[in-house]
Design a protein around this ligand. Structure first.
Ligand SMILES: [Zn+2]
Length: 127
């Protein structure tokens, strides 16, 4: 049986609807500012863990936002590709005014933007 002094100094909420606290029941194995703490409540660990959780959350949030951008970019590509398809005559030739309008360049640009977003998502996943 551990003595009270051997235990971690952290106060832990009793949980549920209770507003009371009890002392952590684990053994204090590391000392910080003269108090003993278990591995989980050791203050430098708590700070580090919070930082890591935040970084993970931020990374996931960025990936989610990139995902929305990718969906938008894909729609743009489909839209431009469908205009390209409509512009093609039955002879498979693009009308010169369509080419001159810059729509074709717009399609290339949309495809290239979509590829860039997809690549940055892959890169974020590897971080
Ligand atoms: Zn503890």
């Amino acid at each position: 049986m551990m003595t009270y002094e051997e235990r971690c100094s952290q106060s832990v909420a009793d949980g549920g609807r209770s507003i009371s606290f009890h002392r952590c029941s684990r053994r204090g194995i590391q000392v910080h500012n003269g108090k003993k703490y278990c591995k989980q409540h050791y203050p430098p660990f708590v700070v580090q863990k919070g930082k890591e959780d935040r970084q993970k959350w931020e990374r996931e949030w960025t990936i989610k936002q990139l995902g929305w951008k990718l969906i938008k970019a894909e729609r743009e590509v489909l839209d431009k590709a469908s205009k390209f398809h409509e512009a093609l005559g039955s002879d498979g030739v693009l009308p010169s005014e369509w080419v001159a309008s810059g729509e074709a360049q717009g399609l290339y640009a949309a495809v290239s933007k979509m590829k860039d977003i997809a690549a940055s998502i892959q890169k974020k996943h590897k971080e």
